[in-house]
Structure formats: C-alpha cells, structure tokens
Design a protein around this ligand. Sequence first.
Ligand SMILES: NC(=O)c1ccc[n+]([C@@H]2O[C@H](COP(=O)([O-])OP(=O)(O)OC[C@H]3O[C@@H](n4cnc5c(N)ncnc54)[C@H](O)[C@@H]3O)[C@@H](O)[C@H]2O)c1
Length: 251
Amino acid sequence: MLEGKTALVTGAAGDLGNAMAMHLAKNGASVIMWDVKPVDGAGDRIATVQEFDSTVTYQQIDVRDRSAVDDAIASIDTLDIVCSNAGIVDAQPFLEVTQENWQNHLDINLTGCFNVCQSAARKMVADETQGRIILTSSWVSSIPWPEITPYTVSKAGVNMLTKQMARELSTYGIRVNAIAPGIVKAGLAGRQLREEPQYAARVAKVIPLGDPGTPTEIAEAVVYLASPQTAYMTGSILTLDGGCSLFQFDE
Ligand SMILES: NC(=O)c1ccc[n+]([C@@H]2O[C@H](COP(=O)([O-])OP(=O)(O)OC[C@H]3O[C@@H](n4cnc5c(N)ncnc54)[C@H](O)[C@@H]3O)[C@@H](O)[C@H]2O)c1
C-alpha cells in the first residue's frame, strides 16, 4: 500500500515509534528512523524494521535541535510521510512541578513536533509532495490526568498544532492528523505501570474495554492515516483509548 513512499518516524527507538516504523515498512514504505538514542543503543530496534523488505536508515537526532532537524530533512530525497512521535513523561504532582520538568515537556513534546513538522512541511511544499503528517498526541490531551500537568498541556498543544497545520497546509494538499493513544502497556505508560504503584491503581479503574492497548494497534492506525483510504481526512485527532476518555461510571 505504501510502496515508493518514504516515511520518517521520530522516537523510533521507543516502543510506539518502533512499532510505527515496522508497520510502515511492512506496508512497503522506506523508513527513516530518528531518535535521540545513539545507533548502538537502538540496534535491536533497527533490526526489527529491517526484517521487512524495505530500505531502513537510522539517525541520532534530537528533535529539540532545529538546525540538526533542518539539515537531516534537507538531505532526504523525497519525504512523503512524517510521524512526529518522540515524547517524554515525568510525573510530578502539580505543586512540585519544577521549571526544568515543565520546560523539558514543552521542548520535546511540543517544540520538537513544531521543529520536525514545520521543517518537513517546508520540504513537502518545495517538492510539491502532497504528504501526510501524523503527530502522536494522547487521550490525556483533553483529560486532566493526575500528576502530569506538563505532559497533558504539551499534548493539548500538539492537538492545536495538528489542526493549525491542517488548515494552513491543505492549500498544498498536505494532510495533517494526530493519533491519540490511550494507556498502552509499553513505552511511557508501560514504565509508569511498572514503577508507579499509584498509576497502576488508577489505570485499573479507567479503561472501559478492560485492558491497556498495544503498540501494534497504534501503529496500524498510523498506517491507516498514511494510506490512500484517508485522503479526505485532515485536522482529525484519532483516539484509540479503549473508551478511557468516555465519562467514567463508578459501578
Ligand atoms: N505508551 C503510552 O501509553 C502512550 C500513550 C499516549 C501517548 N503516547 C505517546 O507516544 C509517543 C511515544 O512514546 P512511547 O510510549 O513509545 O515511549 P518510549 O519512551 O518507548 O519512546 C519515546 C522515544 O522518544 C525518544 N526521545 C525522547 N526525547 C527525544 C528527543 N529530544 N529527540 C528525539 N527522540 C527523543 C526516546 O529516546 C524514546 O526512544 C510519545 O509522544 C508519547 O507521549 C504514549
């Protein structure tokens, strides 16, 4: 389905980004994996993407570094699909949130997306590529989940960045959408489930469909947003959260 397309995935050495890279490759795309982790710390992740018969490149790029982002984008031949996915979470109760914690979330989760998406969009416009830009938001972008204020605020910003870009880039045929995963038993939430007992206790009560999601479910939605099937879709936030963001009943 994505044969001949080149896809860039940020945070590609992480759990969701790696699944996205794998599923894009499985569907025929050439994949450029970016992560702040050095290549020797991501070898197994690269190998899982290489298993599919497509071209795979890995680059150590910090999405906060605008000139590194611009240089790397400029060196890509054609760019059709961008998954702006790199992100962090570091829980602190609101009264204890440090300036550093607040700034880190905004710099990586929001400004990182701005850097990658603006740079990629400029290239797509210059090349006349009617590309797809897919951002990773979160179900908590509109839900005040406890102890992660900088994270939820950064993801609320990702939603508006998505819609703003969708509006302005529609002129060029570039589609911009976001996925909003719920609680996935991997990556950031996987770590919280293992390390923060109060988080696990809250999670046990909030998923109407029962279980946390999987990276594969999220990655398949990303492929859908990159596919010809969604050519009429732009400015949408596609939520995959097992019903978490529905009104909760205490039964
Ligand atoms: N796991 C979940 O339940 C869940 C739920 C909703 C949204 N998300 C979102 O999914 C995305 C991926 O998270 P994940 O769960 O796979 O976590 P993860 O920690 O497994 O992956 C995140 C990756 O981003 C990379 N990264 C961090 N800072 C970076 C930077 N400055 N530049 C480039 N790369 C950087 C990390 O090295 C890591 O490999 C994030 O945006 C996260 O907010 C995750």
